[in-house]
Write a new protein. Sequence first.
Length: 128
Amino acid sequence: MKRLVVSLALAGLAVAAVAGSALAQGAAPQNDAPKGNAAHGKKIFADYGCWQCHGYQGQGSNAGPKLAPNPLPYDAIYRQLRKPRDRMPVYTRATTSDQDVADIYAYLQTQPKAKTVADIPALTSVQP
């Protein structure tokens, strides 16, 4: 048991050392997305039919996961579009440019968080 704990600790240190080395060398953060145009992203999100599974604002549905607010890091979205893990169609560079992906990501980042019950007057004025 002690051997296992020591092995896991050493593995954790190795991972931390590699990550620290990458940061020290100036590696880009995982969410370093290219500049995108949110208005164009909104248009192509609708035109490409993304809304059919993810909702018009990326809120998700029973057919597709929530994408916004607070989308996954850009790299994760990019990889999922290019090589989907599940039932999602593939969006190659031939159909969806890298700039289009950046634009969709910019659109997802503009989606506001849902209001809380306290922020909705019709719900706060209801008396039991």
